[in-house]
Design a protein around this ligand. Structure first.
Ligand code: BES
Ligand code: MN
Ligand code: MN
Length: 455
């Protein structure tokens, strides 16, 4: 009956997703604040139309949170569905085959910024909910919390959660904002890494100088910044910040073995990225490097003259944006402090260094022996015909650790994207197969979760 409802409404489900994909809800850029709000209004309207109650835009110091619920029976378990309607910047736009906010289907995939991360996956939940309401099969109470600042660190959501513990109380948090290995190799992420994001500014002389008149005699902040950044890894690509690994526990051999038994083809990985070799911390596999090891990455670096042609200039300033991925036990605020102290300490005389913290978040592990994991695994096994493999996705969803800490609720990461969906990149896409499979699978989670909780 549910599948019939989904297939009868297939076209409309896609039209609606296209509508929301057309709104450029880029949270990183204040210019888009109006569009971000429009997107929140859209989600609100669609939640109401699907049958949710108490639907409101919860105002914050930033972008609004959309809340809505359907509480049918206090004896049934309650699922808190979390997702985000904001997206990453689309730049560089010229690398998109079709414009980022004009969704287009090619080869069975929807191309648009946010198609997978996370509008497509978030919207599956609203359509799955509509399906359960329309087919009279809603098996759990449900609360929706869809935010607009995930891509900028969820700071305001964190405050909101701490202030609304009662309202948000639930038995489990359900999130579709991660990926699977492949459509014929279903998997469930069981770990998210934490994050410390900082910006650094190196200042040399008080103004841009002629690079011939002054060059060679005055510290060039770009040269200095590059040297400083290069020193952050040693020859084994270990991070050199003193104390950085103090709270890092190595996995035991059995867990390492399990992690490395997930299907992974290094040759295909390299081929997909067009690289002749991978690079990372020695003595760890690629799956370990992206799943359970901390990292230090420059996300952007700039300064001086970057316009057309050549300009001989010794710049006054250089900048970089840096992210460090963290594993459970490392604390985001403590790592920012370690980095900041170290970075300032290695600056040579002749420059001034400023470290500006952006946002942070803690890592999270979701248990595989929980009822919620088992229900998700059974739901996926039902619709994919194969039990999902536990995996470590490597990305971060800062609110997950906070849900656990503040609400005492564990999360299940039932993601339907693929690594190859190019999230955060040009030509982000989401398979039509994945979109409809998600809508089909989610109601089974509700059903099995209610059944298993009652046992
Ligand atoms: N959906 C991603 C997180 C993700 C992607 C987890 C794939 C696992 C696999 C999320 O929207 C995201 O991009 N988070 C940011 C963190 C945020 C604080 C900017 C990230 O991981 O960079
Ligand atoms: Mn996301
Ligand atoms: Mn993202």
């Amino acid at each position: 009956m549910q599948n019939q409802y989904i297939s009868e409404n297939k076209a409309r489900f896609l039209d609606e997703l296209f509508e929301i994909l057309r709104i450029p809800s880029i949270s990183a850029d204040k210019q888009f604040a109006g569009e971000v709000r429009k997107t929140a209004e859209f989600v609100k309207e669609k939640l109401i139309a699907a049958g949710a109650e108490n639907v409101t835009l919860e105002e914050t110091n930033g972008n609004p949170i959309v809340y809505g619920d359907k509480l049918i029976d206090p004896k049934l378990p309650t699922i808190l569905v979390y997702g985000h309607y904001d997206v990453q910047p689309s730049v560089p736009d010229e690398l998109w085959t079709t414009p980022p906010f004009e969704p287009t289907v090619r080869d069975g995939k929807i191309y648009a910024r946010g198609a997978c991360d996370d509008k497509g996956q978030m919207y599956m939940h609203i359509k799955a909910f509509e399906t359960m309401i329309q087919t009279n099969s809603l098996a759990c109470n449900v609360k929706f919390m869809i935010e607009g600042e995930e891509e900028v660190g969820s700071t305001n959501l964190g405050i909101y959660v701490m202030q609304h513990k009662e309202k948000l109380s639930a038995d489990v948090v359900l999130i579709s904002d991660t990926g699977m290995i492949a459509n014929d190799i279903p998997s469930i992420d069981v770990g998210l890494r934490g994050l410390s994001y900082v910006e650094v500014e190196v200042t040399g002389p008080n103004r841009d100088l002629h690079s011939g008149v002054y060059g060679g005699a005055v510290a060039n902040p770009i040269n200095v910044l590059c040297t400083m950044i290069a020193s952050m890894h040693d020859e084994n690509r270990k991070i050199t910040i003193p104390g950085f690994y103090d709270d890092v526990n190595d996995l035991n051999e059995a867990d390492r073995k399990a992690l490395n038994s997930a299907p992974f083809n290094l040759e295909a990985y390299k081929k997909d990225l067009d690289i002749d070799e991978v690079m990372g911390e020695s003595s760890y596999t690629t799956l370990e490097r992206t799943g359970i090891r901390p990292t230090f990455e420059v996300n952007g670096i700039w300064g001086g003259y970057i316009g057309e042609g050549a300009k001989t200039v010794l710049p006054s300033k250089a900048y970089a944006k840096i992210s460090m991925r963290l594993i459970p036990n490392q604390k985001s605020a403590a790592i920012i402090k370690l980095f900041s102290d170290h970075f300032i300490s290695i600056a040579p005389k002749g420059v001034k260094v400023k470290v500006i913290p952006h946002h942070g978040g803690e890592a999270a592990i979701t248990p595989t022996d929980s009822i919620s994991f088992k229900a998700a695994a059974k739901a996926i096994a039902t619709t994919y015909g194969k039990a999902p493999i536990p995996t470590f996705g490597g990305g971060s969803i800062p609110i997950v650790a906070l849900f656990e800490k503040e609400l005492g609720v564990k999360t299940v990461l039932m993601g339907f994207g693929l690594d190859s969906d190019a999230i955060h990149s040009p030509n982000e896409h989401f398979g039509l197969f994945n979109y409809y499979k998600g809508i089909e699978t989610i109601p089974y989670f509700y059903k099995f979760y209610a059944q298993m909780m009652a046992e």
